[in-house]
Each structure stands twice: as structure tokens, then as C-alpha cells.
Design a protein around this ligand. Sequence first.
Ligand SMILES: [Zn+2]
Length: 403
Amino acid sequence: MASGTSMGASSEVVRDMNRRLVLNLVRTRQPLSRADLARLSGLQRSTISLIVDQLIGERWIVEGPTGRLPRGRRPTFLRLNEDRRIIGVDIRPTQITIAVADVHGKFTSQQVFPTPPQPKPALEEIVDHLRDIMQSGRNGTIEGIGITLPGRYDETRSRLVFAPNLKWTECDLRGPVESATGLPVSLENAANACVLAAVWFGHRDPVRNLVTLTVSEGIGAGVLVNGEVARGSNGMAGEFGHVPLAQDGPRCGCGSRGCWEVFASNKAALRYYAESKPHEERLLFPDLLRLADQGDTRAIKAIEKMAHFLGRGMRMIIAGLAPERIDVIGDLTQAWHRYSPIVEEEVQAQVLSGGRAPRIVPIHEDGLARLRGTVPMVLAKDFGDATDWHPPTVKSVESSAAD
Ligand SMILES: [Zn+2]
């Protein structure tokens, strides 16, 4: 026997687990009473009281207002303290968004600026904004900073390693922000952040096998398999966007040719449109969507072609991972009613016998899906990893809330 832990979890570990359990129950079931907590957690009332008092002392939980129940009972209800805040930074190839959220992922302020071409000036600008937010005094207690990236971050080396659309040189993004702000910083691939957001905020519709696709300049994929985020041996798992579909296809930002994303991203649709109408001024994807909406047949054809390849690429995901659901995040979802039949048709055409097509769900999010992912990233230190939390299977809180 090498260690002394084989006798079971130490009391400290148990205390941490119970604390996380209570925090997550309040987060997902609030408002609720101490009696509800005891029933849902299976812990003793005295244990619950100790933990709740501690969490109230630490300002994680607040009491009140008093509930009204039949027969005159008036328990005190508990909620998370909404003054605990998270700063989210969403770095994209064209723009950076910095926003402040409460513990429920409600965003209270948002700033957007163009992405500088190199990491050093970008970090300086980000830090300037962060300092403004921290000094404004309007943002409660800031728990930490979550940064989402259009690429992969190597945790072991603290380096941004693969970001073909951002084109920054390899760099450390955590160190400079932590030392400038004094706050803990967590980093995550944007599509993985969307997976974490789906798990954390989707506790009423739990999913264990999910792929999120961020469709914008490129295509990012975040993969949840059996309830765990797939990261692979080097953090690079999920790069379906860079699987070549045609070896003689257009050149991709990764250096290869004919990758899925050069056929199915926003950039691909813009290229299809430009090819159909040379000498036209350069458009952005929202312009293309608007033109299509106005009935411009070239714009419609360009987006239809993009949708066709989006569905075609999903086949490799479905064949390889058999997800229950594929979430699609990006501008295309604004016109999803027009283009989803094309995506669905591609997917349905290739469902393997014995297999089942996943639900394909557009996430209408006004650019916030990635940022919402920063909430579980930052709160993991107190609440545990989003993927470790499984709601207890209890039917109704109200039934025994009398206390
Ligand atoms: Zn590529």
C-alpha cells in the first residue's frame, strides 16, 4: 500500500464535495429552503445548516425573500449571490468582446473592439479594458476571468498553439493577464466553452453526447463524449474543421487544402458568392444573409452551398461519435428556417443502418454562447467542473418544502 487514502475520502474531501453539492443545488434549483437541500442532497439537516451558514458567511448564498407555502409555513429561501461576477473575454479573428456576467450567465455590460494582428498589443488592449471594469466599482466581486479562443490552448505549456484563423504567433495568454489583474484566468477553446455552457446551463435537458459547432470564419468543434469533454492527448481533439474533404480544394488557413471549413464556413459562402459575381465589392457574412433575405439568388445559392457542405461534414461527426445532439452556433442560425432543411437532408441521407440522426439545434445567442462558457470555466474552482455535476433525480422540490 503506497498511500494512506485507500480507507476512503478524508473529511476535508467530503466537506468539499458536500459544499459543491449544496452550491450546485442552489444554482440549479433556487429558490429553495434548507429542508429542500437536505432532501435533495440526502445530507443531514445539521450538515446542511453548517454548510449553508458557511456559504452565507462567504457571501456565496443569500437568504430571502421568505416563501409562502400552504398551512401558514414560511421557510426562508436561499439563492446564489448575484453580486459574484465573472469577466468573459471572447477572442475572435476579427473582434474581441469583453463582458461581465453574474453567476447565472446574465451579462450586464459588453465592450467590443477589433482584434489587433499580434498578441502583444491585443493583450495590452484587453488588460486596459479589464482594469476599467475592475475599477468602475459597478461590478460586484469579480471571481476571475475566462478567455475563449478560436484555437487550441496547450495547458501544459500555457501556450496558444493552433489558431489558423487568428494567425497570432505562439504565445502565453494567461501569465500577462493574471499578473496585470491579480485575478485567476482560465482559457478554453471557443467550441469547448460552448460545450461547457450547454452542460452548465442545460441542466434541465441533460445531454451526455454532444457536439457543438461554431460556424464563423472557420468551423470549430467541441466534443462531449459520455459526459466528458474530449481533449485528446495534446488538447487538439475536435479539429473536424481541418479534415480535408477534397485534396485539390482551396487552400486553408492551417496550410492544408480542401478542409471542411473552407467549404462550410462563413468565409466559404462569401467565396461562393464572389465566384458567382466577380468584381463585386467585398461583403461580410451578415451582408450576404441580408441579400439572401431580399431575394438575391446568387446570395441564396452561396449560402445553400455552404449549408450543403455543413451537413455533409456533419456525417463524419455522426459516424464517428454518434452524438445525441449537434448544436450549431453562428450567424447562419439567424436564417436557420431557410437553410436547415438542406443540412438535415445531407445528414439524413447518410445515417448508418442501426444509427439514429442527432437533433441539430441552432443556438440563437447574439454572440454570447462562447461568453456564457466562461461562467463555468471561472466558477469551476468553487462549483467543480461543469461535467462533474449531475442533478439528483428527485421529482418535485415544492412537495416537501414545508419547513
Ligand atoms: Zn485546415
